[in-house]
Write a protein that binds this ligand. Structure first.
Ligand SMILES: C[S@@+](CC[C@H](N)C(=O)[O-])C[C@H]1O[C@@H](n2cnc3c(N)ncnc32)[C@H](O)[C@@H]1O
Length: 331
């Protein structure tokens, strides 16, 4: 079996059991409320039995295809994934799964094959959307064509949090979930966190649920996204920690009376134009996570801040990478 196909089968197996699965170099990480597992997947197309033996460490869960089943005799924790005889091998375009909605980025195969294949792989999918235009405008919205189903509102689950969202009316990307987790993991107990450009609330709600901040303030201008933000604060029962505001950061941030230990600015197109706002609400040694598009060699200098880290986290196109700049305030 092809390596990609085998990995897809393993991912689906775990997603069906409510795990969040993330691909990291040569392994998959599967996380749910109770467990964190490392999954290693080996297809006979790419690996020999010897290579499998050398790549596995204690505690890994190992998945191989039928032609590598002798691995079971030499390693523990091995599952053999058999080719589904009746199942057809679909060629699938790249797509994102947001709750029960699949969003195809570009139709690289026949429309009917894409729809049939996605429904076969994900029986819970109710709607399939094709992105017709790239994200644009102040609210970062795309244009979509419905290839299957009608409903465009769904509830997406991510690291034990739930987000009600309509991807045709608000920005949401599940591909960014591990980056959000990386930032949230840095929050210390008792911090006050400000999330500008908050969307439907993924950073703010993950911060409140997965870390232990004193308070999180989230600001979003798109009124539809701001309504979802408020719904999601309730849905995740974090109303005592998270305050959601609808409005423009340029109006709301200067009115905030307090200082924040951490400011998150996830609008890579132009967050750097708003750094002066972060400057108004930080105190000594506060951290700012500022997203930008750029290249690795871009030199970045923000007055009043020291650059402590530049983390690459995705791209807009092959030339333009997305970075999270981690800045520490100097005042
Ligand atoms: C790239 S999205 C990120 C959303 C969310 N943080 C996430 O990770 O899913 C940026 C968001 O900023 C909002 N936005 C753009 N300009 C804004 C402004 N001046 N004030 C407040 N929100 C703004 C957009 O509507 C959009 O929802």
């Amino acid at each position: 079996m092809k390596q990609e196909k085998l990995e897809q089968k393993v991912i689906e197996l775990f997603e069906r059991q409510d795990f969040e699965v993330t691909k990291r170099e040569d392994k998959l990480e599967a996380i749910n409320d109770d467990q964190e597992l490392t999954l290693k997947v080996f297809s006979s197309e790419k690996y020999s039995v010897q290579e499998v033996k050398q790549s596995v460490i204690e505690g890994d869960k190992v998945f191989v295809d039928q032609d590598l089943e002798t691995v079971e005799e030499v390693l523990e924790n091995v599952s053999v994934i058999r080719k589904d005889e009746e199942g057809k091998d679909y060629d699938l375009p790249s797509y994102e799964l947001i709750g029960e909605i699949a969003v195809i980025n570009e139709l690289t195969v026949e429309e009917s094959e894409a729809v049939e294949g996605i429904l076969e792989h994900h029986p819970s999918v109710k709607t399939i959307l094709l992105k017709e235009e790239p994200l644009q405008g102040e609210f970062r919205l795309g244009e979509y064509n419905k290839l299957h189903g009608e409903e465009t509102e769904t509830v997406h689950k991510e690291f034990g949090c739930k987000f009600k969202v309509d991807p045709t009316k608000v920005y949401y990307s599940e591909r960014f979930s591990t980056e959000r987790k990386r930032v949230v993991d840095q929050i210390d107990d008792g911090e006050k966190v400000l999330v500008m450009f908050a969307g439907v609330g993924p950073f703010a709600i993950m911060a409140a649920k997965l870390a232990n901040p004193k308070k999180v303030v989230a600001i979003e201008k798109n009124p539809v996204a701001a309504d979802y933000l408020k719904d999601n604060i309730e849905l995740n029962e974090v109303g005592e920690i998270v305050e959601g505001y609808e409005g423009d950061v340029r109006q709301i941030v200067p009115e905030l009376k307090e200082k924040f230990d951490r400011v998150i600015m996830p609008l890579p197109e132009k967050a750097n134009q708003f750094i002066y706002l972060a400057n108004k609400v930080v105190s000594e040694k506060s951290h700012v996570h500022l997203y930008i598009f750029g290249t690795k060699s871009d030199v970045v200098d923000y007055k009043g801040f020291e650059l402590v880290n530049k983390e690459e986290c995705g791209d807009k196109n092959p030339q333009l990478r997305r970075f999270c700049l981690e800045l520490e305030s100097k005042h």
